[in-house]
Design a protein around this ligand. Sequence first.
Ligand code: 13P
Length: 250
Amino acid sequence: MARKKIIAGNWKMNMTPSQAVELVNTLKPLVVNDDVDVVFCVPAIDIIPAMEAAKGTNIHIGAENMYFEEKGAYTGEISPAMLVDAGVKYVIIGHSERREYFAETDETVNKKVLKAFEHGITPIVCCGETLTQREQGVTIDFVRQQIKIAFLNVSAEQAASAVIAYEPIWAIGTGKVATTEQAEEVCKAIRECIAEIYDEATAAAIRVQYGGSVSASNAAELFAQDDIDGGLVGGASLKPDFGQIVCYNK
Ligand code: 13P
């Protein structure tokens, strides 16, 4: 069965609650595409108002992060049960910005991935190399290691429903998009890695996104690649351009 594309916005630390409602209202008529699962991953405080504004539309509201404990003395963190109660079905795990600024590691990413599945939330698991790693020729080795650790103790059935976002760090927010060949090469290698860990059926089911300076002008070519099942979009997800990205095949 063909994989359904999944195109997600990552709002990062942008949009106050009232701005979030405004943005959802602006984008909702523009992001209608039955061929695509559409997700807006928004700051925690925006989840409930954005969810309300998106009611009755095809937009899923997701989270940008989640903690790996159930509850308790973890000041400032958001629990999986809080997300579930708010109606969240997707959560970004291990974005490179969280790894860089908030000390997330492959091990904490794995704990969060396991916890998300435990609560029925689909993780969007992020991976991707630095410019130095690319220049040193270790991109695929590095990404394979990130994936292998992120999926430790994850069952094949869970993995089949997961989303992986390949985001080369040097392409994030820089306007420097990976070439279609570079993006496809790594997304393909990620799928092969999943086949090694699990089996061909799991690899054929899992969805792999590309992220890093995705725009209205490069989305169609990127998403046409065999192993690229959509995108994780930062800057362009805050603008009407996101409508063109979601409707890349129209
Ligand atoms: P940009 O689309 O702004 O490059 O951000 C990509 C990203 O980090 C999405 O998670």
